[in-house]
Design a protein. Structure first.
Length: 130
């Protein structure tokens, strides 16, 4: 069985992670920083944005994959997954600033609500209530 939604979202996540790496690399090259953040605030923000992406995306992919594998995904699952990925991109863009930004806040909120919603659905499926 091919998990089309999970596969497409994993591919999207890989591309986004590559884009995040390139954004970090550009700052490293411009500032000639080989290791760590070199005290550069923008580099630190971009490194944390990528780390935050890597911390949250696997949980979402696991939940999406198991929901899809259960056959309960339906038409809503790819939409939720796409919104999640857009939220992750917004969060990463918002991380470039030192202060709070709307993209960062919106991205964080989308991430938390998506993970919570997927977790609830997963529990309901496990209990046979969905």
């Amino acid at each position: 069985m091919i998990l089309q939604t999970t596969l497409a979202l994993a591919a999207a996540a890989a591309i986004i992670n590559l884009w995040l790496s390139i954004r970090i690399g550009r700052v490293r090259m411009a500032e000639k920083i080989i290791h760590g953040d070199g005290g550069n605030a923008l580099l630190l923000h971009r490194m944390r944005a990528q780390a935050n992406f890597v911390e949250n995306v696997p949980l979402a992919l696991i939940l999406i994959g198991t929901i899809e594998l259960s056959g309960k995904g339906g038409q809503w699952l790819p939409i939720v997954g796409a919104i999640f990925m857009l939220g992750r991109v917004a969060h990463c863009l918002g991380m470039d600033s030192s202060g709070p930004t709307k993209p960062r806040s919106i991205g964080a909120l989308i991430t938390m609500l998506t993970l919570l919603g997927l977790a609830i659905i997963a529990v309901l499926i496990a209990l046979g209530l969905f």
